[in-house]
Design a protein around this ligand. Structure first.
Ligand SMILES: C[S@@+](CC[C@H](N)C(=O)[O-])C[C@H]1O[C@@H](n2cnc3c(N)ncnc32)[C@H](O)[C@@H]1O
Length: 355
């Protein structure tokens, strides 16, 4: 096995530690955190994860590849007991029954196939729970715009976050919203004294998506990959995704264009209906950009808004903990609106905005 360069190995080890301590830590995903902690110091795990392309999150790809192969190729392996997402049963407490010996054995047994997946797949975690804050956020953008929206999502993965108006919502205090007959009910909690605008919904008149690698929900391999990116501790998220897959079969998903915003956005701005206001939005996408790519993305939107007004909504927790949108008109940041705080997977929303 070739050892990754020292800098690369150190960066990948730090990414595992970040997952273990910040993102999955604090009891949110203890099995995922325990696995990430062990991988951070193991040469085999670091070597495999280091094969991820630049900009990709190596731990997500490595642990996604493991879950994918467990589900598709080796469901009887002893490691499977740590995956409530696969077994439907609670996992052992990783402080008492350490998953590492079984994970290590699994990495060795499936090393070549894991390397192939880490090299060829992208992190495309599709969290439909994010619609719990996208729905009110798009409603607030629509209210600000004073017109129906032409919604263009950057990085929609398989497109489930492009149709938030097709789902039903329950916010825990009797507040409901969305499409009451939807097979997918998304539950979230409203925190704080302010309530988001939910009355008319976002009124999306037209929509399109742009993704580096649009996934196809009719393809069983793509569905399996999306499911494998859900952390093992979260069977409820996996079940929600299964329901969303089934719901997607009942209505057509919007067109997803393969590539980047700079390739497709100019033409889509021309195609969007003239009586709608364009809202470009993204969730959990710019974490996969370099800082230079983030600056280029901002510049692109500012430049394009000289041709047509763009309301730019984003929920990018790695960059900024609050949900916000900017009204870009004529290339100048006219209005910056902070909507509120939110849980990255949509478990709660704390609305701040009173517009
Ligand atoms: C973590 S997923 C998030 C998916 C979806 N937004 C959600 O919240 O469920 C990130 C998505 O962004 C896409 N992506 C990453 N960089 C991109 C870029 N430069 N242009 C377009 N899509 C990109 C990936 O292919 C992936 O589908």
């Amino acid at each position: 096995m070739t050892a990754p360069g020292t800098d690369r190995a150190a960066a990948v080890a730090a990414a595992f530690t970040d997952i273990a301590e910040r993102r999955a830590g604090g009891g949110y995903a203890p099995v995922h955190a325990a696995m990430a902690t062990a991988c951070a110091t193991d040469p085999c795990a670091l070597d495999l994860a280091s094969r991820a392309a630049d900009g990709q999150n190596p731990p997500s790809l490595l642990l996604g590849a493991v879950q994918y192969l467990l589900a598709r190729r080796d469901p009887g392996h002893a490691l499977a007991r740590f995956y409530p997402t696969l077994t439907g049963r609670p996992a052992p407490d990783p402080q008492v029954d350490d998953p590492w010996p079984d994970l290590r054995a699994f990495l060795t047994r499936h090393r070549d196939r894991i390397a192939e997946i880490v090299t060829t797949r992208l992190v495309q975690t599709h969290e439909v729970g994010r619609c719990s804050y996208l729905y009110p956020a798009l409603t607030a953008v629509r209210r600000h715009a004073g017109a129906p929206l032409a919604a263009i999502e950057i990085g929609p993965s398989a497109g489930l976050t492009l149709v938030p108006d097709r789902y039903a919502y329950s916010y825990g205090d009797g507040t409901t919203a969305g499409a009451p007959d939807s097979p997918l009910l998304l539950r979230s909690e409203l925190r704080g004294p302010h309530r988001p605008p939910l009355d008319r919904g976002p009124e999306i008149a037209w929509r399109a998506g742009i993704d580096l690698n649009p996934l196809n929900l009719a393809d069983a391999e793509d569905r399996a990959w999306l499911r494998s990116l859900v952390w093992p501790d979260h069977p409820d998220r996996a079940a929600r995704l299964d329901t969303a897959f089934a719901a997607a079969r009942t209505g057509e998903l919007p067109t997803l264009h393969r590539g980047t915003a700079s390739q497709h956005l100019p033409a889509l701005l021309e195609q969007a209906p003239v009586d709608a206001v364009v809202c470009v939005y993204h969730t959990a996408v710019t974490a996969h950009f370099t800082s230079r790519a983030r600056a280029e993305h901002r510049d692109l939107l500012r430049r394009l808004s000289e041709r047509r007004r763009i309301l730019w909504l984003r929920a990018e927790p790695v960059e900024e903990p609050r949900l916000r949108f900017t009204d870009l008109d004529g290339g100048l940041a006219r209005t910056e609106v902070v909507l509120g705080g939110y849980h990255p997977h949509g478990a709660w929303l704390e609305w701040h905005h009173r517009g």
